[in-house]
Design a protein around this ligand. Structure first.
Ligand SMILES: C[S@@+](CC[C@H](N)C(=O)[O-])C[C@H]1O[C@@H](n2cnc3c(N)ncnc32)[C@H](O)[C@@H]1O
Length: 300
């Protein structure tokens, strides 16, 4: 199983580092009785774990309502979703280069207009349409970004891909099955509070603390994630630690830019902090590019 969306901060490339650092009882038993992921995004870690371990009950959270709609639609109505998506793909692929671009902006408009009227609390047919539009936009927009403007409108430009790969049928089928004993919850990460128990395994992948001003181009939702939010998260990390959960958190390492930036070292003092090489780059300017580290913080 692989993520069905491209998602900024996707963790596929770091999975080997996470896998080597799973709690010992999980490695030995190959099972995770209770799994929580409060910042699920594209879900690379969840899909990896679900493929390789027996997961009892899983709880996935994200503050992005459209992302949560997608997960819920795959959980409940994958066939209806793929039917709409297939129509979109068929219409798109039959068009010329210029027409494809216009089609992208048409769907983007529909997506934004629907946002103003739809009920995001109660599951409906509109959700299925919205999920199909989001997957379509995600695969045809620039870099698979999800960015909203001040008015809350999705404003990512067209991506000019020659042949976007929209979805893989078997992958969606497997994801559908994987989501059957999974709760998918729209909310701030603190919503996880209620579900944390002793021995839960929690993987936390909050939005990166920007390495520098220019790298802060991703906004997953209105509001962003400030240093205060990082502090709020550290408080919950402690609280969940005291409840007896196993916690693993990843983030970009501010020391990539400034060796004197001890932000996370101070915030997670007393926990196990490691730095592993990430295949991301620090600068959009190719000449200034260099490999950088990712932080992995654990309470075990
Ligand atoms: C770095 S991404 C996670 C990427 C994910 N691990 C993957 O492999 O795709 C961070 C996610 O946190 C979500 N997010 C931002 N602020 C949040 C908050 N306060 N509570 C919960 N989720 C939040 C964003 O919508 C985004 O999907």
């Amino acid at each position: 199983m692989r993520p069905f969306l491209k998602w900024a901060g996707g963790k596929s490339q770091l999975l080997e580092h996470f896998a080597a650092r799973l709690p010992e009882p999980i490695k030995q038993s190959k099972s995770i009785p209770r799994y929580l992921e409060p910042f699920v995004g594209g879900g690379a870690m969840f899909f990896y774990l679900k493929t390789n371990f027996q997961i009892g009950q899983a709880y996935l959270f994200d503050i992005n309502p459209d992302l949560i709609i997608c997960y819920q639609v795959i959980q409940k109505n994958p066939h209806a979703l793929l039917k709409i998506l297939d129509h979109l793909i068929f219409a798109y692929e039959a068009k010329s280069k210029e027409e494809r671009k216009a089609f992208y902006y048409q769907i983007r408009d529909l997506f934004n207009r629907q946002a103003k009227s739809m009920d995001r609390q109660v599951y409906s047919k509109e959700w299925v349409e919205r999920a199909a539009w989001l997957i379509f936009l995600n695969k045809t927009c620039y870099n698979g970004l999800f960015r909203l403007n001040q008015k809350g409108e999705f404003n990512v430009p067209y991506g000019q891909y020659k042949k976007p790969k929209f979805y893989d049928h078997d992958n969606i089928t497997q994801i559908y099955q994987a989501l059957q004993n999974t709760e998918i919850i729209w909310g701030d990460f603190t919503a996880a509070d209620y579900y944390v128990t002793k021995d839960s395994f929690i993987y936390l992948d909050p939005p990166y603390r920007p390495l520098n001003q220019t790298s802060n181009f991703t906004s997953y939702s209105k509001g962003g994630f400030s240093d205060l939010d990082q502090q709020r998260l550290a408080t919950h990390f402690q609280k969940w630690d005291q409840k007896g959960a196993y916690l693993m958190l990843s983030n970009s390492d501010p020391k990539n830019e400034d060796l004197n930036d001890h932000f996370f070292d101070n915030l997670y003092k007393g926990y196990k902090i490691e730095r592993v090489p990430a295949k991301r780059y620090i600068n959009c300017n190719a000449q200034k590019r260099g490999a950088i580290n990712e932080l992995i913080i654990r309470n075990y």
